[in-house]
Ligand binder design. Structure first.
Ligand code: SAM
Ligand code: SF4
Ligand code: F3S
Length: 442
């Protein structure tokens, strides 16, 4: 009898990628995915620890599962991801309903852990940092989702230790996967229908394997003729090296949207955050890239209300947004994380940070609305990802990742088509297909 696994994923794209790899692995021991957790024999939560009450959310979620399964056979309950790494065996002690706690660097051990638990009925905790073994083993399993846009993790972990951030503790030290392993996986994804590859890493532009950098990877993946678009995320300003900047000149498939989190527009705050770059370093990168291609746009993450943020620091962030004209950006109120340097710093007034967050989100939204409005009556290249839920329209993305809904057909999926935009909203563009420009790009 096949066993059913329900996987719920929180957090960043790396967790999404990991959840797919976990599924590839557990399929080998007879699990099949279910979208309905009430039918599951195994309930897996892939958790995120970046903000808020991440830990409490997990216990709350388990409480819900417990209730549903009160009168049924209990599922195998697995906590994976960054909360698992940070909390490790504490979770087993606090919530006996949990059977297995497994950190992000131990997924290669998941099948053995499950089988071991089933056989010996023993609680298991796996939270060693062992990225080399993980990728060595997981490279043998392949993502068969066949999606048009596919993630590919090339790097994990972080050595930067920004004072607010939990990632160096949950994902461990920086590790770059071997170049040839990544190219093999890119080929496999392309053969399975991927037209866009999004290279992932907590510090993706710190990728370094032997003499290979992120720029080498981009140029090598570009040689795969069926791959039409390449993106990478998330990068750090310190690692925007000249070779990477130059790739924007030589590459035909690297998209002109750079997600480069700046966090704050104030040098004082950047220093307090231990970001190791200044506002002018950031602007220099922007200027260099814009000299290469004026169509390049930036998106960013911002932390609002970091301890010590004064009115003028906040104003500096607003000015930077004005200067760079960020699109597709994210902003969050600072959330103290256990074990980080900023954990016990004095918080600024909650009302003030909430007001600042609102202001910044409005400003970012205005940029988005302006850009989308500007595209009305213009023609944009759209990589078609799927049909809409009701199957009456198609859905795709522009080079700058904005979603486009238009009158496409099933046959357009995976192609780059030209769409004339006739309407825009804050989050999407709407239009009519005018031709299929697939040949132009392939
Ligand atoms: N490596 C990326 C960089 O250097 O900017 C960031 C990766 S982190 C997973 C994603 C985003 O979460 C960060 O850019 C930051 O804005 C936000 N973040 C991280 N820690 C946070 C905290 N303690 N409170 C609020 N936001 C936080
Ligand atoms: Fe976190 Fe990014 Fe800083 Fe690393 S560089 S500590 S992942 S914010
Ligand atoms: Fe969250 Fe871990 Fe990603 S903390 S953002 S799931 S690296």
């Amino acid at each position: 009898m096949t066993k059913k696994i329900f996987i719920k994923t929180f957090g960043c794209q790396m967790n999404e990628y990991d959840s797919n790899r976990i599924y590839d692995a557990v399929k080998k021991i007879g699990y099949e995915k279910t979208e309905n957790y009430k039918n599951a024999n195994c309930y897996l939560l892939n958790t995120c620890h970046i903000r808020d009450k991440a830990k409490e959310k997990v216990y709350h979620e388990i409480g819900r599962v417990k209730k549903v399964f009160r009168s049924k056979q209990k599922p195998l309950v697995i906590i994976a991801g960054c909360v698992a790494q940070a909390e490790n065996e504490e979770m087993l002690k606090r919530e006996p309903y949990i059977d297995l706690v497994i950190g992000p660097q131990s997924y290669h051990k998941i099948n053995d852990s499950i089988l071991n638990h089933i056989e010996k009925k023993k609680k298991i905790e796996e939270t060693e940092f062992d990225a080399i073994s993980k990728f060595k083993y997981l490279s043998k399993t392949k993502n068969k989702s066949g999606k048009v846009s596919s993630f590919l993790t090339i790097q994990e972990g972080c050595d930067k230790f920004c004072h607010f951030c939990v990632v160096p503790y949950t994902r461990g030290p920086e590790y770059s996967r071997p170049f040839s392993q990544i190219i093999d996986e890119a080929k496999y994804l392309a053969n399975n229908g991927a037209k866009e590859i999004i290279l992932l890493g907590q510090n993706v532009n710190a990728y370094s394997y032997e003499n290979y950098k992120l720029s080498n990877l981009i140029l090598e993946i570009e040689k795969l003729s069926s791959v039409k678009r390449i993106r990478y995320t998330t990068s750090h300003p310190r690692d925007m090296t000249e070779d990477l900047i130059e790739v924007y000149r030589s590459s035909e498939k690297l998209m002109p949207l750079v997600h480069l989190p700046v966090q704050s527009g104030s040098n004082k705050i950047l220093k307090l955050m231990n970001r190791k770059h200044t506002v002018s370093d950031y602007i220099k990168i922007f200027d260099k890239l814009n000299r290469i291609n004026s169509n390049i746009k930036f998106s960013s993450d911002f932390i609002i209300g970091y301890p010590g943020e004064e009115k003028n620091d906040f104003k500096d962030t607003l000015s930077l947004i004005e200067k760079i004209n960020f699109i597709n950006s994210f902003s969050f109120i600072f959330s103290p994380r256990p074990g980080t340097v900023a954990e016990n710093l004095d918080l600024i007034d909650k009302k003030i940070s909430t007001e600042r967050l609102e202001k910044i989100q409005n400003k970012l939204m205005q940029n988005q609305i302006k850009m989308n409005k500007f595209l009305e009556n213009k023609i944009v290249d759209v990589l078609v990802e799927n049909l809409t839920k009701d199957k009456t329209m198609a859905f795709g993305r522009t080079e700058h990742m904005t979603s486009v809904i238009f009158d496409g057909k099933k046959e357009d999926i995976g192609n780059i088509v030209q769409v004339k935009i006739n309407e825009s909203s804050k989050n999407s563009l709407f239009g009519k297909i005018i031709n299929n420009s697939n040949q132009k790009v392939a």
